[in-house]
Ligand binder design. Structure first.
Ligand code: NAD
Length: 467
């Protein structure tokens, strides 16, 4: 191996890579981070953060349309769409600058360019195809992320057929949209654009929207989105698209030989993502790639000694917080920190920031039952929660899944206001391997939405107090 200039080199500065760099410096490792675009990766620049800024605008827009319920009246409320987009971009920019500050503060060497593995811990950095440097380290971590998948015949063109990137920076509000795919990306954009006033149609190949969520939560989400006027076709695909000058006509295959044409201004493709495994020199190593993702063990190590991979590039769930946690596990393990524990997949929460929000952790009811366990399920509606009624946001449900014999919390599933914040209660409980007995011992402040955590736990054991 070449003489190591660094202890760790990381390829990619998203929530996996930059967190790995910070943790490595905290442990005293000489660390370099190679990034070819903006620090913060897709999450900060083109994903989690700017979408949340847009969704906040949508939330305000919705409130403005229901002022009457709170005793207000206002005329002529207008929206400047360019300002909405500019605010979202400013939020992303501020956070990316924040990551640069963190790199400086932690004395991480940030190398601007595209990193490629040469094998044996060496990497070469290129800019616009020209080699600008070479480095070596005892440990190299690949954190190159993932990108949107296309569909044959429906490739994004940046103009009429969008990926999440174009959907984040529209020049104006499209009057009508077809969204292909009802996972987190499809549903968040459906929610945003519908709230802002677009006609939205969603086409999903599987039998339900948000198919990774508990069936009851998917069904509740569908009901509320349809009530808001979002057209949803499940078990459906888009057979073909024909582009016009400023619109697209898509033929939706509704199944059973039924074809339905729909003409929209724009199409958003949200059918999943695939790992960025190309052009990074993996072929110069013994790392294996399967179905577009790097194969790693529980310590995020590849088949090449000293080479690790974390985050979206190692496969699902493709979530920023999973990437950051893997970063910490990976760096602590390679640094020989004692007591490091591998990531437990059933403790990774999932959040979709549509309106109402959806969040979950652990096993769905169906998955728990499929494990052959005796299962106890609790449910509690937001409409029986005092704070929700005071807020005027009573739509939603909390569902808890417990092991019937041990009382262990197996999963929790929420749809409703602040679901993406409330899920933390269940995440802590599940990570601490809590049973119903400890949860029933917790005192939830009144009046808060968090009382739904206690009540849905009580309900699983036939003891709910407020229903
Ligand atoms: P996804 O895998 O979550 O959803 C894609 C959906 O498209 C699936 O439901 C799939 O069945 C459907 N689909 C696939 N092919 C289709 C076809 N030909 N026709 C119709 N439907 C089809 O992927 P995504 O929504 O693109 O998001 C990518 C990743 O980013 C996901 O892992 C997601 O969890 C993550 N993400 C997370 C958040 C969040 O945490 N809030 C937000 C956005 C994205």
């Amino acid at each position: 191996m070449a003489a190591a200039e660094y202890d760790v080199i990381i390829l990619g500065g998203g929530p996996g890579g930059y967190v790995a760099a910070i943790r490595a410096r905290q442990l005293g490792l000489r660390t370099a981070l190679v990034e070819r675009e903006q620090l913060g990766g897709i999450c900060l620049n083109w994903g989690c953060i700017p979408t949340k800024a847009l969704l906040r605008t949508a939330e305000i827009n919705d409130l403005l349309h229901h002022l009457d319920a709170h005793g207000f009246s206002a005329d002529n409320v207008r929206v400047d769409f360019a300002k909405v987009v500019a605010r979202s971009r400013a939020v992303a920019k501020r956070l990316s600058a924040g990551v640069r500050h963190l790199m400086r503060k932690n004395t991480v060497d940030v190398i601007d360019g595209h990193g490629r593995l040469l094998g044996g811990g060496r990497i070469v950095v290129e800019k616009a195809g020209t080699v600008v440097g070479e480095s070596a380290a005892a440990h190299v971590i690949v954190a190159t992320g993932a990108r949107a998948r296309g569909l044959p015949g429906i490739e994004p063109d940046g103009a009429l057929i969008w990926t999440y990137k174009e959907a984040l920076v529209p020049e104006r509000l499209p009057q009508s949209l077809l969204i292909i795919g009802a996972g987190a990306i499809g549903i968040e954009f459906a929610s945003f654009y519908r709230d802002m006033g677009s006609e939205v149609t969603v086409v999903e190949a599987l039998p339900r929207i948000l198919p990774a969520e508990d069936e009851e939560i998917s069904a509740a989400a569908r009901k509320t989105f349809e009530k808001r006027g979002i057209r949803i076709h499940t078990k459906a695909t888009v057979q073909s698209v024909e582009k016009g000058r400023d619109d697209v006509t898509a033929v939706v295959d509704l199944g059973g030989g039924v074809l339905s044409p729909v003409t929209v201004e724009r199409v958003i493709l949200a059918v999943g993502i695939t790992g960025n495994v190309e052009g990074i020199g993996l072929e110069a190593t013994r790392a294996e790639v399967e179905q577009g993702h790097i194969v790693v063990n529980e310590w995020l190590a590849t088949g090449e000694p000293g080479l690790y991979a974390i985050g979206d590039v190692v496969g699902p769930p493709w979530l920023a917080h999973k990437a950051s946690h893997e970063a910490v596990v990976c760096v602590e393990h390679l640094a020989g920190v004692s007591g490091v524990r591998p990531l437990e997949p059933t403790n990774i929460p999932a959040c979709t920031y549509c309106r109402p929000q959806v969040a979950s952790v652990g096993l769905t009811e169906a998955a728990a039952r499929a494990n052959g366990r005796e299962v106890r399920v609790g449910r509690f509606p937001y409409q029986a929660n005092g704070k929700a009624i005071a807020l005027g946001e009573t739509e939603g449900l909390v569902k808890t899944v417990f092991d019937g014999s041990t009382g262990a919390l197996l999963g929790a599933h929420l749809i409703g206001p602040d679901a993406t914040e409330l899920i933390h209660g269940f995440v802590i409980a599940k990570t601490l391997e809590t049973t119903e007995a400890e949860l029933m011992h917790c005192i939830f402040p009144h009046p808060t939405l968090s009382e739904v955590i206690g009540e849905s736990t009580l309900d699983a054991f036939g003891r709910a107090l407020h229903i």
